[in-house]
Design a protein around this ligand. Structure first.
Ligand code: TLP
Length: 343
């Protein structure tokens, strides 16, 4: 079989042999009774790492985000988020479906909105006929903007605005690990500006499944209840939690390699005439590029014929996601293939 180089997502990473050994060795118990020692260890570990009181293991990042929003809001409330936020575009309409809340979209620049943009969108306390603004949601790194890191000063200013208006803040930190690996700012320093945070173990960190949400004790107690109500009670899941623990302890430190792979490839693509790419926007392991000489669909198909898999990234753009299952050699090989296809 011809080699396939899969840039569709970092969710495609497969558990390594060492990770599987950790899974094999995991001690387990019934997590619905909170008796799974490995899940308990993962939750303690992530809560401490992110500087919060408590944590709860989740089957997916989406469930993590949606449970956080559900606990922070009442039906009829409104959440302010970027127009390209994952919770808006890629979560199946769940805020409306599961929590009866609406999203008020900010026209962020490359996924980043400022407090000045948000403040006019906050509904006046007295306006009983309007939805009630309850949460400001931030995604860091920002997926659809192309792995963009939200500057910590901006995040701090958003928190100050939220405090001024008595609002909650939620961080979709599916790839907070990447932001931290690139900037050197700890995941706790990012998290301290948010009431609730969701981080994923199954993206660049390489676990087969799982996310963790964090917040204070009262929030996590309520989240535990909602997770059960939504059918997310899990039993002897220490076998998968062990993969998550392994992932953080062993793979977090390697994420910068993935950023390097993205930068090498993006630089090369920028030298091909028919490709449009802004190198300043290549910050972590995701980037977007446009093609001038064919449609995005044609480009995706051509890449596929040559053994390169990509996903669309937006209107007429393609998305590249680098990860641990793509080697530097494969990056070099892809450079040649892209040149052949697009030159
Ligand atoms: N993102 C997936 C797709 O859903 C687009 C991907 O391939 O990038 N927040 C962010 C920022 C995400 O990128 C994702 C997954 C999630 C949440 C949801 O995580 P899962 O897939 O575990 O529910």
């Amino acid at each position: 079989m011809n080699e396939v180089i899969d840039f569709r997502s970092d969710t495609l990473t497969k558990p390594s042999i060492e990770m599987r050994k950790a899974m094999y060795d995991a001690e387990v118990g019934d997590d619905v009774y909170k008796e799974d020692p490995t899940v308990n260890e993962l939750e303690r570990y992530v809560a401490q790492l992110l500087g919060k009181e408590a944590a709860l293991y989740m089957p997916s990042g989406m469930m993590g985000n949606q449970i956080c929003l559900n606990v922070l809001t009442q039906p009829g409330d409104e959440v302010i988020c970027d127009r390209d936020a994952h919770i808006f575009i890629y979560e199946s309409g769940a805020p409306a479906m599961l929590s009866g809340i609406s999203l008020y979209l900010v026209d962020g620049k490359k996924g980043i909105f400022t407090p000045d943009q948000v403040e006019p969108l906050i509904r006046p306390e007295s306006a009983y006929y309007m939805p009630r603004t309850r949460v400001i949601e931030v995604e860091n790194t920002h997926n659809r903007a192309g792995g963009i890191i939200n500057p910590i000063e901006n995040i701090k200013a958003i928190r100050e605005l939220a405090d001024k208006h008595g609002l909650f803040t939620h961080l979709d930190g599916a790839r907070l690990w990447n932001a931290s690996a690139e900037t050197g700012i700890s995941v706790a320093d990012y998290s301290k500006y948010f009431d609730t945070v969701s981080v994923c173990l199954s993206k660049g960190l390489g676990a087969p499944i799982g996310s963790v949400i964090v917040g204070d004790h009262g929030f996590i107690k309520e989240a535990f209840r909602v997770r059960k109500a939504w059918g997310g009670g899990m039993r002897q899941v220490g076998v998968i939690a062990a993969a998550g623990l392994y992932a953080i302890k062993n793979n977090f430190a390697k994420l910068k390699d993935d950023h390097e792979k993205a930068k090498i490839l993006a630089k090369h693509l920028s030298e091909i005439d028919n490709i449009e790419i802004d190198l300043d926007l290549v910050q972590t392991n995701i980037f977007m590029f446009g093609i001038k000489n064919m449609t995005a669909d044609e480009a995706l198909n051509k890449c596929k014929e040559h053994g390169i898999l990509l996903n669309p990234g937006g209107v007429n753009t393609l998305r590249v996601v680098t990860h641990m299952d793509i080697s530097f050699e494969q990056v070099e090989k892809s450079k040649e293939i892209f040149e052949k296809i697009f030159s």
